[in-house]
Design a binder for this molecule. Structure first.
Ligand SMILES: [Zn+2]
Length: 157
């Protein structure tokens, strides 16, 4: 398990080995295109949020070398279906071909507008940028609302 923590918010995000394993197949290695999906949790009411479920890209998403645009309609269908099973949408993930990714200006704009546009009861949404290397700890993880983005650090275990 790997835990990312925002000291400022006193909020933690935990990823099980199973989820980390699942992310491995999406790493943007070689000449692969950017890809992405969504993050879900069944425990959103504490200061430790566990990511229990991630969605895979859908065929209607747009993947380019440096861009990933999810199809809004299919994303909403996945959110609704998972909600019925008590998995709450808490944010998005996408890949970068970087060993220690950092968000683009567009990434930061996108997460802020997602916070405003999507239906949720959360104080923050999560943005995860999956690193290219096989060390999940190098991924970029942050909490964001309509104004601010709070980067998380890996919590020493
Ligand atoms: Zn990006």
């Amino acid at each position: 398990m790997i835990v990312f923590r925002s000291e400022e918010l006193d909020l933690e995000l935990s990823f099980s080995c199973k989820i980390i394993q699942e992310f491995q197949k999406y790493r943007q290695t070689g000449s692969k295109l950017e890809t992405g999906g969504m993050l879900f949790s069944s425990s959103v009411n504490s200061n430790i949020v566990e990511i229990d479920l991630i969605s895979s890209p859908s065929n209607s998403d747009i993947s380019r070398r440096f861009q990933f645009i999810p199809n809004k309609r299919s994303a909403q269908a996945i959110i609704d279906k998972n909600f019925e099973n008590n998995y709450h949408y808490i944010g998005d993930w996408h890949t970068h071909p970087e060993s220690c990714p950092s968000p683009s200006t567009q990434d930061l704009k996108t997460i802020k507008s997602l916070f405003i546009e999507s239906k949720h009861d959360l104080t923050f949404l999560v943005i995860l940028i999956l690193c290219q290397s096989n060390d999940f700890k190098n991924s970029y993880v942050a909490f964001a609302n309509e104004r601010m983005v709070y980067r998380c650090e890996v919590k020493a275990s």
